[in-house]
Design a protein around this ligand. Sequence first.
Ligand code: S3P
Length: 458
Amino acid sequence: MQADANAAAPPAGHGPAQPLSAGAGAPLTGRMRPPGDKSISHRALILGLLAKGRTTIEGLLEGDDVLRTAAACAALGAKVERLGPGAWRVDGCGVGSLLEPKDTLDFGNAGTGTRLMMGVVGGHAMTATFDGDASLRKRPMRRILDPLTQMGVRVVSEAEGGRCPVTLRGTSEPAPIEYRTPVPSAQLKSAILLAGLNSPGRTVVIETEASRNHTEKMLAYFGASVTSAPDGAHGRRITLEGRPELTARDVIVPADPSSGAFALVGALIIPGSDVVIEGMMMNPLRIGLITTLIEMGGAIETLNPRIEGGEDVADLRVRHSALHGVDVPAERAPSMIDEYPVLAVAAAFATGETRMRGLAELRVKESDRLAAVAAGLDAAGVANRIEGDDLIVTGGAGAVRGGGMVATHLDHRIAMSFLVMGLASQQPMSIDDASMIATSFPTFRPDMERLGARFSAA
Ligand code: S3P
């Protein structure tokens, strides 16, 4: 991989902890474009590796997570070059023609990169070791290893409980399987489909709750034969024909709704705010937060809806609003799984109770997000409780005491969510470490400051 501006900085989480505070001040006003979508950025690089020829990518998220995937693609034989800000080029190898990596694939904090690449390696006759930081080493990989084993992949070694470091021996003849995913996870679905690419038959993944569909869409865009049909009330049945000839394509990455979420909630809770968030991806499987905030009374206007890079995209005008509590159904969780921490912040400023149902998967993200959010709310003086897998927040009707120090547990979204809370609470909020923000949103601080946010060293 060619040297790039980011290569000089230490990878996220590897330097000293960077405490940071956010305090109330000016309203948020003006326009901002969130960085490229993290899910699509990982997939664009990986499909670039798996296609023959030259893939170009515009708007790639240059966060640490995605740079790890770029490095892994290079380790598996692709030529990966950065041409300019967000502009990348991948000369791919083609399915079946990857190289065995010489060293451990170190994915840092990135669950998506790790799990998708386990699928890629699983479909090739090579041995590779996957590892990452302390957060990644806690995350469950058994959910990926189980279906891959059924496909003929051998788990050479794993840490206790199916965790990283994991060494896999892939196969050039992955068995075609039909697999019903036990948890709604796009990472799991994607790992199986990516392994199935080199299968001589048909790979079928059935999910009871539809998860984000970027892998299916991008596989089709690169020339694979893949179909997705409804299955049950909320599910999908995805069918992939093995051994397609993937052809390199040009990919435009839309703005990440999971990153745009911070300015969105900030504008809703900070009096006087009026912002336009540009180019937000509006894929129906990603916009559960927007649906929920509108139900809560949020003034969110959709402007200029259009298609960009094969995805629905729009600009959102967001104004300060008096929010009220709602009941968020469990079946909405996959479409907003990364947005619950910041939704909990919005709920803290609402009038009445917000119940968020069915959050079991939050316990196995970059941190145990259910526990981390509850602890952050406690630190800010916000009444909350966990009942089973539900989180219930009692809002302060526009007033939150704040003033706490939040433990971020190497979790970028916990860090950004509680900084946003501090922009509207009576006393500033502090977080113990802002360095992980670079995994998904390296320009969070300057982008939010341009809108009027105030941060200071804690
Ligand atoms: C992602 C899927 C989600 C999400 C993660 C990105 C993806 O994880 O939390 O940030 O790009 O496929 P799960 O698939 O495990 O729910």
